[in-house]
Design a binder for this molecule. Structure first.
Ligand code: 13P
Ligand code: SF4
Length: 369
């Protein structure tokens, strides 16, 4: 994309000057006022990675699975102002009624991992896989993917997964077909398959740019085809961090998100979804010590909420997820004030023909988790 195009997008999305002039207290008071005015007609789900200035206004906090489920159970909410990233808002749109409107306060809140699998690449990779393995593959996609990918997966009999049910879903998938294509996060796919005792040499990585497969073993023995995608935030943790920590603080436990690389997950003590990480820390004894390998807003919040425990980031130089952080108090307030004026901004809608199949994939997951 040309620099001028980028500048144009930047200026289209920049907020009116007023939002940089309001104080934080003024903004918070306005959000509270609008929430009170709308009551049950307005629902604000917030992902655990959201900033404190935003998450404090969430009607429900959760990991991807909890938020997907909760949105499907909110028929009275006319407006769902989603504090998370684009794929989560798309999922909310697909799981809610046609009379409900989902709003993403800042359209720049995407997910770089979800962007690593587009539908054309997926269709073309799929034909190549059919040539090699025939009709023996079931596609699964991490919810961190576009609605179009979820639609593709649904159409081919597959399902979505989240980090909290990936193992269960992979087990189910193997009752359906001999091989699994796992999109778009190679790390979650590899970590989960390994957990199910599938050896690394029975996994192949598909590179959608080169249209090639990388595999340590023989292609005919492959059980899991991993899409070559990753989360740029979780890839910032490495085994060196764990080794240094084990030397400096041998009594500290390491807990990471399964979007981290295989080596990191293997070297850690525990791994699981954001919900799992939170539960583990909440239930840990006072005085316990934890190094956490996930997004910084969540790690900082856990450290603040549990002053009786020592909580640090596994990577001392970690940054937050930049796209999650696009949702801030000014954007939240702006989207709410627009609603108050009767205008729905940043309305997230998924075309009907995609929703039809994507919902099949989502429901196959929701029924099993
Ligand atoms: P969870 O499903 O654990 O909430 O993770 C979502 C996500 O985007 C992690 O990067
Ligand atoms: Fe996407 Fe990674 Fe950010 Fe999660 S942390 S939203 S996977 S870029």
């Amino acid at each position: 994309m040309e620099v001028l195009d980028l500048l144009e997008i930047e200026s289209e999305v920049s907020l009116p000057k007023r939002y940089s002039e309001l104080t934080v207290v003024e903004m918070k008071n306005r959000v509270k006022e609008i929430k009170a005015k709308f009551g049950e007609r307005l629902f604000i789900p917030g992902h655990h990675y959201q900033k404190d200035e935003v998450i404090q206004f969430a009607d429900a906090r959760g990991d991807s699975l909890k938020l997907a489920r909760i949105c499907s159970l909110m028929p009275e909410a006319e407006y769902i102002v989603f504090c998370g990233v684009h794929f989560m808002a798309e999922t909310a749109d697909m799981l809610t009624g046609s009379d409900q409107k989902v709003i993403l306060p800042d359209l720049r809140a995407g997910c770089s991992m979800a962007d690593m699998a587009d539908i054309d690449q997926t269709e073309s990779g799929w034909s190549k896989m059919q040539e090699i393995w025939g009709d023996s593959i079931l596609p699964l996609t991490y919810v961190n993917s576009t609605a179009a990918i979820k639609g593709f997966v649904g159409k081919h009999g597959g399902a979505t997964v989240t980090s909290s049910n990936a193992k269960k879903m992979l087990e189910w998938a193997f009752t359906q077909k001999e091989r699994i294509l796992f999109l778009p996060d190679q790390h979650l796919g590899r970590n989960t398959a390994y957990d199910l005792s599938i050896p690394l040499k029975q996994m192949a990585v598909y590179d959608p740019i080169q249209r090639t497969f990388e595999c340590e073993g023989k292609l005919e023995d492959v059980k899991v085809i991993l899409w070559k995608g990753h989360c740029s935030v979780h890839e910032k943790f490495n085994v060196k961090h764990i080794h240094n920590l084990r030397n400096q603080k041998p009594d500290m436990k390491v807990i990471v998100h399964p979007e981290c690389t295989f080596d990191v997950v293997q070297a850690s003590d525990l791994n699981g979804s954001t919900g799992f990480i939170i539960n583990t820390i909440e239930n840990a004894p006072s005085g316990s010590k934890w190094a956490i390998g996930t997004e910084m807003n969540l790690v900082n919040r856990l450290a603040q909420e549990h002053p009786d425990k020592e909580i640090i980031s596994l990577n001392p130089f970690m940054c937050p997820c930049l796209t999650m952080n696009r949702i801030d108090l000014p954007h939240l307030l702006w989207s709410l004030e627009k609603l108050e004026q009767g205008e729905v901004v940043n309305h997230i809608t998924v075309p009907k023909e995609i929703t039809e199949y994507a919902v099949l994939a989502l429901n196959r997951m929701l029924e099993r988790s």
